[in-house]
Design a protein around this ligand. Structure first.
Ligand SMILES: Cc1cc2nc3c(=O)[nH]c(=O)nc-3n(C[C@H](O)[C@H](O)[C@H](O)COP(=O)(O)O)c2cc1C
Length: 244
């Protein structure tokens, strides 16, 4: 029986599985969390746990996600769990246990707020405490998702630069019509590409008999969406990370 994820996700050195910790924040792109979890579990020897901020949980049904993946012990960890599971000195501390469990961390989607907290080192909830507790060796990928004007704000370039210096690999957002109605850069990298990135980078084989998820359009220079002309124009303003 795979790790049930309750009350703590414990490591078992015998299982040899890749432990993917998906962190979701208060971007509308959190609606993709159930799809990301489902798709990652289509790969052999892959386990997933989820940590979500309060705003993120407006965008998907955490109870349903857990129920759909009960057999593989997926749990959506939230702020309340941190304190519900700690009573006295010597008890395990959830954000540390989750950090120990993770082989790879995906911050997808990463909101402007959490990005700013990450860059500043703030840790005022379960997710950001975990971020702050990560070791430099843990592979970490960050996928910004925000309104175009938030993305083009000078803070974003500066915060992404700091994130890269801290060892985060930043997945470029896409230019397209956003959920808020604006058109331009800022949409999270396509969820299928995020899963593909994990599968390729960490050498995961697709389960036998599980069909490939159809892509929207073929990869073109790392861009998956077919951006509108206006989106492309706005995207040209771009964000230069670390003076690159
Ligand atoms: C409907 C709605 C959609 C939002 N979408 C985004 C978004 O895509 N990106 C973003 O950075 N913030 C977005 N926000 C704002 C964040 O939810 C807000 O900044 C929140 O404080 C983020 O908290 P967190 O980083 O702890 O999850 C949205 C807010 C609402 C109400």
């Amino acid at each position: 029986m795979p790790n049930p994820g309750r009350p703590f996700p414990r490591r078992s050195s015998a299982e040899g599985a890749l432990h993917v910790l998906l962190l979701t924040t208060g971007s509308v792109a959190s609606v993709k969390a159930p799809l990301i979890v489902k798709e990652l579990l289509n790969y052999e020897n892959t386990l997933v746990q989820v940590v979500s901020t309060k705003p993120s949980m407006h965008f998907f049904d955490a109870a349903k996600l857990e129920e759909d993946n009960l057999a593989v012990g997926v749990k959506v960890w939230r702020d309340e769990d941190e304190w519900a599971t700690w009573d006295r000195m010597g008890d395990p501390v959830l954000h540390i246990e989750l950090r120990r469990w993770a082989d790879v961390v995906l911050l997808a989607p990463c909101s402007a707020n959490t990005l700013a907290k990450l860059a500043a080192g703030l840790c005022d909830n379960l997710l950001t405490s975990l971020l702050r507790a990560l070791t430099p060796e843990t592979p970490k990928h960050l996928f910004p998702a925000m309104n175009t004007f938030m993305y083009l704000h000078p803070h974003t370039a500066s915060h992404l630069c700091t994130a890269e210096e801290l060892g985060w690999q930043v997945g470029s957002p896409e230019a397209k019509a956003l959920a808020c109605g604006d058109v331009g850069m800022g949409a999270m990298m396509d969820w299928r590409d995020i899963c593909l990135l994990v599968a390729e980078r960490y050498a995961r084989r697709r389960r036998v008999g599980v069909e490939e998820v159809p892509r929207k359009v073929p990869l073109k220079d790392g861009v998956t969406a077919a951006p509108t002309e206006e989106a492309e124009r706005m995207g040209e303003a771009g964000v230069k990370v670390c003076g690159g």
